[in-house]
Design a protein around this ligand. Structure first.
Ligand SMILES: Nc1ncnc2c1ncn2[C@@H]1O[C@H](COP(=O)(O)OP(=O)(O)O)[C@@H](O)[C@H]1O
Ligand SMILES: [Mg+2]
Length: 374
């Protein structure tokens, strides 16, 4: 399947994943694209992570809730007739998502409650690396089964390594699977040799010291119950991977024009391609590449009389304008270069710097229109 524009992606895909280095504008772009798709008539869910306060306010998003929030149609369609599209936004709460996962996987509601209410669980779920990333994929898996949404736009977390997101499910199940965890688990004579049992006994003593005797045993019971869920986790991880590798999904790389972000984006693209995930193109965010008609201030001179002050002012403006034009030119070149490296069907789109406009919903609408003109 090929796409010539972001507009087509928004119309045809089931999942759109926004990736990129920290701070390049993933969350903002996810919101703007969600707005554009909903205005174009689709039922959209934006799964967002840690949106800037002004963005949350512009979208009317509560701090964090147990359910997605619907953007009121009068806000979504403030400037025209009300369409059939719909926009829901949900800010991920990793803890909440994690709890739900336990409820889904546990053999009974009582077992789930026992795990979630266990103080060791609180401790463990903070400890596990990548809980936030994992929560994102977990939430995505849940919503994909939800008929309410035709398109899910997934914002990805501010990872130190942009790839953490893709690796999180694997990492989590590895963590849970590893012998490290079984060290904490119920003692078993069938596993390991004497050395292993010795190690377990040592961990037991350390835990006794840290948590007090009794609590260590509690911890072991807990991990024992928790480990029963591994199979379920792995199963759904595989299903999700398959969904993300299918033509239903599209990965967009957001980058700023800065070279560090561009390098990271190129690396990310290679990784996506390597893993057989559908790389759909670049968003060159906060760039001046679109402004191809910057005026020459000299043109003003025709309208001012021979006032020396005015001439002086225009000369200063000219220098400034020349810098701006050079920047616009270099961003345009950059966009062309990005476009040259694309696989068939992928897109390279520039998004302007929206400045303070993003404080209002209208700013998001304009950003969405700039990204995906209908
Ligand atoms: N196109 C844009 N125009 C103006 N400001 C932007 C734009 N994109 C992002 N920003 C701002 O940059 C900051 C980081 O953006 P954000 O979307 O949170 O990045 P990320 O999710 O990649 O960390 C925020 O303050 C956001 O408002
Ligand atoms: Mg973000």
């Amino acid at each position: 399947m090929s796409a010539r524009s972001l507009h087509q992606l928004l119309r045809d895909k089931r999942v759109l994943v926004l990736c990129g280095a920290g701070g390049v504008g993933k969350t903002t772009t996810a919101a703007a694209l969600g707005v554009a798709a909903a205005r174009a008539g689709r039922r959209v869910l934006v799964l967002t992570i840690d949106p800037a306060r002004r963005l949350a306010e512009a979208m009317g998003l509560p701090e964090s809730g147990p359910e997605p929030t619907t953007v009121p149609p009068e806000r979504l369609f403030a400037d025209g007739p009300r369409g059939t599209g719909r926009l829901d936004v949900w800010m991920l709460d990793p803890r909440l998502v994690f709890d739900r996962m336990i409820h889904r996987l546990a053999p009974s509601p009582e077992a789930a409650r026992a795990i979630v209410e266990h103080r060791v669980y609180r401790f463990l779920s903070d400890l596990v690396a990548g809980v936030q990333e994992y929560a994102a994929t977990e939430a995505l898996d849940g919503f994909l089964a939800d008929e309410r949404y035709e398109l899910i736009v997934l914002d990805t977390p501010p990872s130190r390594h942009a790839l953490d997101f893709l690796d999180a499910p694997g990492r989590l199940s590895r963590f849970l699977d590893e012998r490290v965890v079984s060290l904490f688990g119920p003692e078993s004579s069938s596993r390991g040799g004497r050395l292993w049992q010795g190690a377990q006994a040592l961990v037991g003593r350390v835990l006794d010291g840290v948590f007090g005797a009794g609590h260590a045993r509690e911890m072991r019971t807990f991990v024992g119950a928790f480990s029963g869920l591994f199979g379920g986790i792995r199963l759904h991880t595989e299903r999700l991977r398959a969904r993300l590798a299918s033509p239903d999904a599209a990965f967009l790389l957001v980058t700023s024009p800065e070279s560090a972000a561009l390098r990271e984006a190129a690396f990310f693209r290679d990784t996506l391609v390597e893993r057989g995930l559908p790389f759909a193109g670049y968003v060159l965010n906060r760039s001046w590449a679109r402004e191809d008609a910057l005026a020459h201030p000299e043109a003003l001179l025709e309208h001012v009389s021979d006032d020396p002050h005015a001439e002086h002012g225009v000369a200063a403006l000219s220098r400034l304008a020349a810098t701006e034009r050079a920047r616009a030119e270099s961003h345009r070149t950059l966009l062309v270069r990005l476009a040259e490296q694309l696989p068939t069907g992928a897109v390279a789109v520039a998004a302007p710097d929206a400045g303070a406009e993003l404080e209002e919903f209208g700013g998001l609408v304009r950003l969405g229109d700039a990204l995906a003109p209908g």
